[in-house]
Write a protein that binds this ligand. Structure first.
Ligand SMILES: NC(=O)c1ccc[n+]([C@@H]2O[C@H](COP(=O)([O-])OP(=O)(O)OC[C@H]3O[C@@H](n4cnc5c(N)ncnc54)[C@H](O)[C@@H]3O)[C@@H](O)[C@H]2O)c1
Ligand SMILES: [Zn+2]
Length: 350
């Protein structure tokens, strides 16, 4: 299958698709003095043996995404003799990808790495774009770098072993791509939600590809998130992040919070007179087809607003929202907390 080229200013790279990627990575590794796979304890037993390289496994889960793991990984890589001309292969979800990307960017001032994303979230989002990061007790992704992978290799068939909740998680970002940029993608996905849960590759494969074309273009235009182009990817994320934070990052995973955020932001857009009610209904219809409980009564409003106040996208003490105007087109709106508060009861209605 044809690859997608990401034209990042710091260097172009390919996103490759299909069952042949394992062979392609093996070939690529021949050009390096050694290769190491980094994965986690769920993914390694399932897919580790598809690559003939030593494998280093991390504990699965967001708790592993911290500075301590970076330090351990640096020691491990040094002990194994990885040098300037070694290749590291990130095989796993966003946690593995973000950790490997960050470590690769600083280890010996930067070594080569590729991504083999294995979750829906990682295949449509975190595996591409070069944002790396770890969490500290003071914040999510507080420490990170921009460091593009040498290549991204996607085999959508690995999604068949994902738990249902991880499909929901990925659907958040996929529907987001539809709302921000692609009505056709939005239509296909909303009509085929259950095919995502069944991992029907005839539907899921092309949808992943389309998401990556969109993300690849945006990253090419605004690699370092400076020009505002990349900002549209934050649709659903202003309320989404606030919901994650207000619930201590425990109750909802990121994609679930983004789905909830998309619902609230679509309603907000409608209340501000920016989105016709027919389009709001269409967006709501699609979101409600995803297997997620959209209830908001557990949220503490003060916690949500204090998180909104601290949002890193805020400018001139206003909160930045990327709101839909129609399916396929969004617009940034800056609102004061007071303005948002006025609509709170209305946006969280059942
Ligand atoms: N860098 C970016 O641009 C970017 C974008 C979005 C999210 N992220 C980050 O990504 C992380 C979330 O990533 P995620 O949602 O992939 O979570 P994850 O990496 O924690 O994976 C979710 C779970 O699925 C398991 N798993 C992975 N692949 C599997 C497979 N094929 N079969 C069975 N189980 C499998 C993992 O072991 C884990 O338990 C967050 O830390 C987030 O900050 C980064
Ligand atoms: Zn996101």
């Amino acid at each position: 299958m044809e690859s997608i080229v990401v034209q990042a200013p710091s260097g172009a790279y390919n996103i490759n698709f299909g069952p042949e990627i394992w062979q392609q990575v093996e070939e690529l590794a021949k050009g390096y003095d050694q290769a190491l796979v980094v994965s986690d304890k769920n993914v390694a037993p399932l897919y580790g043996d598809r690559l003939p390289f030593p494998i280093y496994t991390l504990e699965p889960g967001e708790e592993t995404k911290n500075i301590q793991t970076i330090a351990e990984m640096v020691d491990e890589w040094a002990e194994r003799g990885l040098g300037r001309y070694s290749l590291v292969i990130a095989l796993g979800g966003g946690v593995v990808g973000d950790l490997v990307g960050l470590t690769a960017s600083v280890y010996r001032r930067g070594i080569a790495y590729v991504q083999i994303p294995t979750t829906l979230v990682a295949q449509v989002d975190s595996g591409v774009g070069g944002k790396t990061g770890v969490n500290t007790p003071r914040g999510k992704n507080l420490v990170g770098t921009f460091y593009q992978p040498w290549g991204v290799y996607i085999d959508p068939s690995v999604l068949s072993t994902l738990p249902e909740r991880e499909i929901t998680n990925g659907l958040g970002e996929i529907l987001k791509y539809g709302v921000i940029q692609d009505p056709a993608l939005f239509q296909v996905v909303q009509e085929h939600i259950s095919d995502f849960y069944d991992v029907d590759l005839r539907i899921v494969g092309p949808a992943i590809r389309r998401c990556l074309e969109i993300k690849g273009d945006i990253v090419g235009a605004d690699e370092l998130d400076e020009q505002g182009v990349r900002r549209i990817l934050n649709h659903g994320h202003t309320f989404g992040h606030a919901i994650e934070k207000a619930t201590g990052f425990k109750r909802h995973n990121h994609g679930e919070a983004v789905l909830m955020g998309m619902l609230l932001e679509a309603r907000l857009s409608h209340l501000l007179g920016m989105l016709p009610s027919a389009v709001l209904q269409e967006i709501e219809g699609a979101l409600f087809r995803v297997r997620l409980d959209y209830s908001f009564e557990h949220l503490d409003k003060d916690e949500v607003f204090s998180a909104l106040h601290e949002d890193k996208k805020n400018r001139a003490s206003k909160i930045s929202f990327i709101l839909p105007r129609e399916i396929g087109r969004v617009e940034e709106v800056l609102l004061s907390a007071g303005e948002v508060e006025k609509y709170w009861n209305e946006v969280i209605r059942p």
